[in-house]
Ligand binder design. Structure first.
Ligand code: M6R
Length: 614
């Protein structure tokens, strides 16, 4: 969703800010803007609807001098996406400018109060209300900006990550956060700010993740002061970023999504590194080792997640129940948080989130925490909110995922859930030693098998073009591959804008079969496993109604292959690991159909990478 960049130091700010905005484009946005305190002392705000490139065109002939500034990409919440509503927003006097991620929930009464004080508003945003309120407090109380920000934020309900600049003090940048992340990069007498680390990475690897309800003041001399809303000084923890610039560049691929699909073999190896020990035939997860008693005592597992992460959670349910016999419920975070669920201190709640910032999942775990459940986070973005809000967890260790459509994070989430299930099963001795060893060996071989599937790339590219005509797709899968049917359909919807639905194969005859005719592409996920014969019957039913069958089958299959219009073969594996293989051709199918339809696969319309509003 919205993106934040800020800079103060000896260099020209504008090129740094614009480059930072480009780095944040993956988050999804509809307008962009920049504010600079120019060398002549003016505070200039430039904004434009559309892409960062539109903003760059707009400021071509403007004064973009200055060594302090803030910039923003906006994903509209309050007010339509237009130039007026874009950030930064000026205060009434024009002396202050502010950028903001999050939502100020009590903006309406605050706005009314400000209007009663004679303040006028240009935009429909909650953000403009906040900067007006800050200026009002500054003037009323005769205090400095740092204090005014503190006082204003004490009266604000909602979530925010903000950065403020003040024309009358070009040597100081102020930032604060609650509920929305903010990273401060530390250079030589300079500071960079980002809503995540991607805009900072090429300048510094020394960062501070600002804590909840903390306010930071950075000066041109290199001083950094952090306090909480009660003005108590905080000691910020300086961390070293593990990311490289190459992690956030396309590396020769036309899109991040394709790069990330191809990164999966290495990504999964990294996720398993130090955790899957094939020599000792063991699974070691520090989260489980450190909280062994609490986790082993769990009488139930509740998985909370959204979107693709929810699909990973569903596979997690299947494998945790199969291997450990602990009952598992998988919840949409957005439903869970509002439906007064039964949660006890005997529950283990696993929150899955690539970004670690999904607002609904954060709220769901807060609820579970209040009821005494033990919280385990599975996240990718290091230092994000969910890992900080949970009792323990496992990072994916797959580097940044930039494409809006989640690919490598999904397979890494599934892998991590498999490791968790195996570790608990071993400890509880719910599976035989022989089967456990077989699982260890087979999981180790999955990255190489994915590498082989990626060799299908050209075949997928060639055949996917055929389906650009389709207005609908059906995806069918059974058992471990039912969630893959859901995930395959979601991938196609997100980036090609073709309507697609996933079903458990056997459900087809309870309704969806009515949709099948000679135009309907049906993707059948049918790796060889115990229910193969049942899927074969489903395929025959589709064939009888002239549906177009695209199948994902195991090498050596003949029966489904013969009935298929197009088939993609995957290596064989143990049933529970098939989702890690079957999803890969589906990711490629979505990608190539979207490309053939001319879609913007990395930044599909209306979507955001990190959904920080509910
Ligand atoms: O960052 P999270 O994993 O919490 O995000 C959850 C969903 O918003 C996300 O998976 C979304 O469905 C993706 N665009 C899927 O490709």
């Amino acid at each position: 969703m919205c993106g934040i960049v800020g800079y103060i130091g000896p260099r020209e700010a504008c090129p740094i800010l614009l480059k930072g905005l480009h780095r944040l484009e993956y988050r999804g946005y509809d307008s962009a803007g920049v504010a600079l305190i120019n060398n002549n002392g003016n505070l200039s705000v430039y904004k434009s609807k559309g892409k960062v490139a539109d903003l760059e065109n707009h400021i071509n002939d403007k004064d973009i001098s200055g060594t302090i500034g803030v910039a923003h990409t906006r994903w509209a919440t309050h007010g339509e996406p237009n130039t007026t509503n874009a950030h930064p927003h000026y205060s009434q006097s024009g002396d202050l400018a502010l950028i903001h991620n999050g939502i100020i929930e009590n903006y309406k009464p605050l706005k009314q109060e400000m209007m009663n004080q004679g303040r006028t508003f240009q935009s429909e945003t909650d953000t403009e209300v906040l900067i007006q309120f800050i200026e009002y407090i500054k003037e009323e109380q005769g205090c400095d900006l740092f204090t005014a920000v503190q006082l204003a934020l004490k009266n604000v309900i909602g979530a925010y990550a903000i950065v403020v600049i003040d024309k009358s003090n070009p040597d100081r940048l102020i930032a604060a956060r609650k509920g929305s992340p903010l990273v401060i990069g530390i250079g030589e007498n300079e500071f960079y700010i980002g809503s995540d680390a991607t805009p900072l990475i090429e300048y510094t690897n020394k960062v501070i993740y600002l804590g909840e309800e903390e306010i930071a003041m950075m000066t041109r001399k290199g001083d950094l002061q952090v306090v909480n809303l009660e003005n108590v000084a905080q000691t910020p923890l300086v961390k070293t970023l593990e990311m490289n610039l190459s992690d956030i560049e396309k590396g020769g691929f036309p899109h991040y999504m394709l790069k990330e699909i191809f990164e999966q073999p290495d990504a999964l190896l990294n996720s398993m590194k130090g955790r899957l020990n094939t020599e000792e035939k063991d699974v070691l997860l520090s989260a489980i080792i450190n909280h062994r008693d609490r986790i082993m005592k769990a009488e139930r597992v509740i998985i909370c997640a959204c979107g693709t992460s929810w699909h990973a959670g569903l596979i997690g349910k299947y494998i945790i129940e199969e291997l450990t016999r602990i009952p598992v419920e998988v919840e949409y975070s957005s439903e869970f948080r509002y439906r007064n669920p039964v949660i006890t201190d005997k529950d283990l709640v696993i929150a899955i989130s690539q970004s670690g910032e999904t607002a609904d999942t954060l709220a769901a775990i807060q609820l579970a925490k209040d009821k005494g459940a033990f919280l385990y986070g599975i996240c990718n973005v290091v230092g994000s909110s969910i890992p900080r809000a949970t009792d323990t967890g496992s990072y994916l260790h797959i580097g940044p995922e930039i494409g809006v459509a989640s690919t490598k994070a999904f397979t890494a989430q599934v892998t991590t859930l498999m490791l968790i299930a195996m570790a608990i099963a071993k400890e509880k001795q719910t599976i035989s030693k022989e089967y456990f060893h077989q699982l260890v060996d087979e999981l180790q071989s999955i990255p190489e098998k994915i590498r082989r599937i990626l060799e299908l790339n050209d075949k997928v590219a060639k055949y996917s073009k055929i389906f650009t005509y389709a207005r609908n797709f059906i995806y069918l899968g059974r058992g471990y591959n039912y969630p893959i049917a859901l995930e395959g359909a979601l991938k196609l919807k997100e980036i090609s804008y073709i309507h697609a639905e996933g079903y458990p194969s056997a459900e087809m005859k309870h309704g969806p079969i009515a949709l099948i005719d000679e135009e309907m592409p049906v993707v059948v996920i049918a790796p060889a496993h115990s229910k193969y014969e049942k899927i074969l019957s489903n395929v025959q039913e589709i064939k009888a109604r002239k549906g177009k069958i695209i199948s994902i089958i195991t090498e050596g299959d003949t029966a489904i292959k013969e009935l298929s219009d197009i088939y993609f073969e995957i290596p064989s594996t143990i049933d529970c690991f098939t989702p890690l293989l079957t999803i890969v051709p589906l990711q490629l199918i979505s990608y190539y159909i979207a490309i053939a339809k001319g879609r913007d696969v990395d930044q599909p319309r209306n979507l955001a990478k990190s959904v920080t509003v509910e």
